[in-house]
Design a protein around this ligand. Structure first.
Ligand code: ADP
Ligand code: MG
Length: 635
C-alpha cells in the first residue's frame, strides 16, 4: 500500500524533533494522554447533546500499559475514536497546535520554542521510531490502523478492534550512546510522568502496577509464629488524582504549576503576568482559575479572536469559549470557570440569560480589576508588559457603550507623561500637579514624538505643567468619554481655551486682539471657509502659527474618521479649525507691512501661514502643487 506524505510543515517538524537533542522528551506522554482525555470529553459531550448516545460516565477511562519485550508503551482510551478521514486529517498535519509563534519556531529551528509548546501527537516520535494508532469511531463498525515510522509518511489500513476508542502504540527506540530510551519502559518512570504531568486529567488513568506486601505463608517459624514473606502481585491502579488543578486547594498548587498549566492548555509560550484563583461559595458556588496573558495573540485585535472562558460543570466541559462569564472589557483574560450550579445540558441561548452566570461574571469583573490594580501597584514592570499588549483594549473598553465601563477602567489606563518621559496613570498625573493647575493637559498626534513637539505645548510647559502625550487613535475618544478625572477637566492643548489666563490677562489679551482686528479679518477673508476663525495666539511663545479647534471634534478625530476605509470624504465630521497667530513673532510684522503695500502678496502669505499650520498639525494640504507655487512666489 502506498505511503501518504505528511504536510510539509509536519515533515519539517518531525525531522527537527528526531534529529535534535531534545530536552523535554518526556512530555510525549502528557500529550498522548491529553488527547485521550479530549477524546473522552468529546464522547461524553456527544452523549449529553444527543440523547441516543448511551455512555456511562463510570466506564470512561484511559489505560497505559508497557510491554518490555516488544518495547512498546500503549495508551488506550474509550473516547470518541477516529474515522478513516479523521486519521488522515488529524494525524497528517499539525493543524491544531498551529499558532504563529509555533510556526516561527519551526522555521527558525528553535527547539526551545517548540519545547515550550508541546507538539501534540507528534511528540510520540520523540521516543518512538514507529507509532501505530488503532482506532474505531463511536458508532462505526469498522476500525482502522494508522502507522508511521517518522518523517517518510504514514499508511492507513482496516483492522480489527472490539469497541470504540483509540490505542496509541509507541514503539520505543533502541538506546544509543547519548540517550537511554529504555527507561521509558519502566512502570515507575511512567507512573512518575503521569503524576507529574497528567495528575489533573479528569479521567482515571489505569496502570497495572506491581504491589508488594509482607504476607503470611501459612507455615510457622521455629518460634511457632506465622511465617511471613514479601510477595508481589500486579494490581489495576488508578495513577492520577483526577482532581483538576483549579479544583485543588490553593496551598497544594504552586504558582509555577499554574503557569505551566496555562501554557500547555492555552498554547502560550510566555508565562502569564497574573494568575487569579477564585473559590466562591454562597448565592452561586464556583471555582475559577484565570490568567492575564503577557502577549496578545496575533489575532487579538481582529474579528477572528474569540474571547471567553472555559466553562465546566463539576469538572465536565460544557463550553470552550463562554463569553457570558467574561466581562467584555477584559476579553484578553483566559481561564476556567467550574460551577456545580450550572446545568450540564444548558443551551447557548439559555446561558445568556442565566442568572448564575451573570453573577459569576460581575464577580469576576471585580476580581480581574483588583488583580490588575494590584499588579500596577506592586509590579509595574509586568503591568507595563501587559499594558503594551492590552492597553488599547482597556481604552476601547472606556469608550464602549458610551462609557459604561469608564469608572471601572479609568485607573488602569496609562499615558505618556511629557515631564516624566514614561507611562503614568491619571492619578499619578494629578498627584504631581503643582498648585494652581486645575486641568489635565493632553497633546495628541500620530506619534509621541510629534505630540511632544506641538507648538501649542509651549505656554503650558512655560507654566511648569505636565502634558499627557497620546498617539493612538482610540486615545482622543477615550479622553472625550472620560471628560474629567477627579473633577479635573481634560484639556486638549490644541483646543481654543486652555484656561491658563487670569481675568486680568484675559481682558488684556481681548483688548490686544481687538486692536489687531483689521489684520486678523484680512487673513480670515484670504482663507475663506477653510477656517472657522483667525485669532491672536495666547499660547504660542516662539512659534509663529498653530492650528486649534473649536467644538467637540479634534483634528486627531477628524484624521481618524478620514482613515476609516470606505468613508466618503464629503461625509466625515470635520474639526472647526482656528488659525492662531503669534503677534510677537517677526513674521507677523512682515505680514502687516505687506498688507499695507501689496494686498495680493499678503493674501498668498496668509495662505502659506495656514499651510504651515496644517503641516505642523500633521494634516494634509489639499493642493500640494498649488501650495508649493505659492511658497516660491513669495521669494
Ligand atoms: P491537539 O490535541 O492540540 O488538537 P494533537 O496533535 O495532539 O493536537 O492531536 C491532533 C488531533 O488528532 C486531535 O485534535 C484529535 O482530533 C486527534 N486525536 C489524537 N489523539 C486522539 C485520540 N486518542 N482519540 C481521538 N482523536 C485523537
Ligand atoms: Mg493534543
Amino acid at each position: 500500500m502506498a505511503k501518504k506524505q505528511f504536510k510539509t510543515e509536519s515533515k519539517q517538524l518531525l525531522n527537527l524533533m528526531i534529529n535534535s537533542i531534545y530536552t523535554h522528551r518526556e512530555i510525549f506522554l502528557r500529550e498522548i494522554i491529553s488527547n485521550a482525555s479530549d477524546a473522552i470529553d468529546k464522547l461524553l459531550y456527544k452523549s449529553i447533546t444527543e440523547p441516543d448516545v448511551p455512555v456511562s460516565r463510570e466506564d470512561l477511562k484511559i489505560s497505559v500499559s508497557i510491554d518490555k519485550d516488544a518495547r512498546t508503551i500503549t495508551v488506550s482510551d474509550n473516547g470518541i475514536g477516529m474515522s478513516k478521514e479523521d486519521l488522515d486529517t488529524n494525524l497528517g498535519v499539525i493543524a491544531h497546535s498551529g499558532s504563529s509563534e509555533f510556526k516561527k519556531g519551526i522555521e527558525s529551528n528553535d527547539v526551545d520554542i517548540i519545547g515550550q509548546f508541546g507538539v501534540g501527537f507528534y511528540s510520540a516520535f520523540l521516543v518512538s521510531d514507529k507509532v501505530t494508532v488503532r482506532t474505531k469511531a463511536y458508532g462505526s463498525d469498522q476500525a482502522y490502523q494508522w502507522t508511521s515510522e517518522g518523517s517518510d509518511g504514514y499508511s492507513i489500513k482496516e483492522c480489527e478492534k472490539d469497541s470504540w476508542g483509540t490505542d496509541v502504540i509507541m514503539h520505543i527506540r533502541e538506546d544509543n550512546e547519548e540517550e537511554d530510551y529504555s527507561e521509558y519502559l519502566s512502570s515507575y518512570m511512567i507512573e512518575d510522568l503521569i503524576k507529574k504531568y497528567s495528575d489533573y486529567v479528569r479521567w482515571p488513568i489505569h496502570m497495572m502496577l506491581e504491589k508488594g506486601a509482607m504476607e503470611e505463608t501459612g507455615e510457622k517459624d521455629e518460634n511457632g509464629e506465622p511465617k511471613k514473606e514479601w510477595r508481589t502481585h500486579v494490581e489495576d491502579t488508578v495513577v492520577n488524582s483526577m482532581v483538576p488543578i483549579w479544583q485543588r486547594p490553593k496551598k497544594d498548587v504552586s504558582d509555577d504549576d499554574c503557569k505551566a498549566f496555562y501554557k500547555e492548555k492555552f498554547h502560550d509560550f510566555e508565562d502569564p503576568v497574573s494568575v487569579i484563583r477564585v473559590n466562591a461559595e454562597g448565592a452561586v458556588s464556583y471555582k475559577a482559575m484565570l490568567f492575564v496573558p503577557k502577549v496578545a495573540p496575533y489575532n487579538f485585535y481582529s474579528r477572528d479572536f474569540e474571547p471567553g472562558l472555559q466553562l465546566y460543570s463539576s469538572g465536565v466541559l460544557i463550553m470552550d469559549k463562554c463569553k457570558d462569564v467574561l466581562p467584555d472589557c477584559f476579553r484578553f483574560v483566559r481561564g476556567i470557570v467550574d460551577s456545580p450550579d450550572i446545568s450540564l445540558n444548558i443551551s447557548r441561548e439559555m446561558l445568556q440569560h442565566d442568572r448564575q452566570l451573570q453573577m459569576i461574571k460581575s464577580n469576576l469583573e471585580k476580581k480581574i480589576k483588583a488583580e490588575l490594580s494590584r499588579l500596577l501597584k506592586d509590579d509595574r514592570e509586568s503591568y507595563e508588559a501587559f499594558y503594551k499588549s492590552f492597553g488599547p483594549q482597556l481604552k476601547y473598553g472606556v469608550v464602549d457603550g458610551f462609557g459604561a465601563n469608564a469608572e471601572l477602567l479609568k485607573d488602569l489606563i496609562m499615558l505618556h507623561s511629557y515631564d516624566m518621559d514614561k507611562l503614568v496613570t491619571f492619578k499619578e498625573y494629578v498627584e504631581a500637579m503643582p498648585n494652581g493647575q486645575d486641568r489635565i493637559y493632553y497633546a495628541s498626534a500620530d506619534s509621541i514624538a510629534r505630540a511632544k513637539q506641538l507648538p501649542q505645548n509651549e505656554q503650558i510647559r512655560e507654566k511648569g505643567y505636565d502634558i499627557l502625550l497620546m498617539s493612538e487613535e482610540v486615545d482622543d475618544f477615550m479622553i472625550r468619554t472620560l471628560r474629567s478625572y477627579e473633577e479635573k477637566q481634560f484639556c486638549d492643548v490644541t483646543g481654543s481655551d486652555l484656561g491658563l489666563e487670569t481675568e486680568e490677562e484675559k481682558k488684556e489679551s481681548d483688548a490686544k486682539e481687538e486692536s489687531e482686528k483689521e489684520t486678523l479679518d484680512f487673513i480670515k477673508d484670504a482663507l475663506g471657509d477653510k477656517v472657522e476663525k483667525v485669532r491672536l495666539s495666547r499660547k504660542l511663545k516662539s512659534h509663529a502659527v498653530c492650528l486649534t479647534t473649536d467644538g467637540e471634534i479634534s483634528l486627531e478625530m477628524e484624521k481618524y474618521f478620514a482613515s476609516v476605509p470606505g468613508t466618503d470624504m464629503g461625509d466625515i465630521p470635520k474639526a472647526k479649525r482656528v488659525l492662531e497667530i503669534n503677534a510677537d513673532h517677526p513674521i507677523y510684522q512682515v505680514l502687516k507691512d505687506t498688507i499695507a503695500n501689496d494686498k495680493e502678496k499678503a493674501k498668498t502669505m496668509a495662505e502659506v501661514m495656514y499651510g504651515q499650520a496644517l503641516l505642523i498639525a500633521g494634516m494634509p494640504i489639499d493642493d500640494v502643487l498649488d501650495y508649493s507655487d505659492k511658497v516660491f512666489g513669495l521669494f
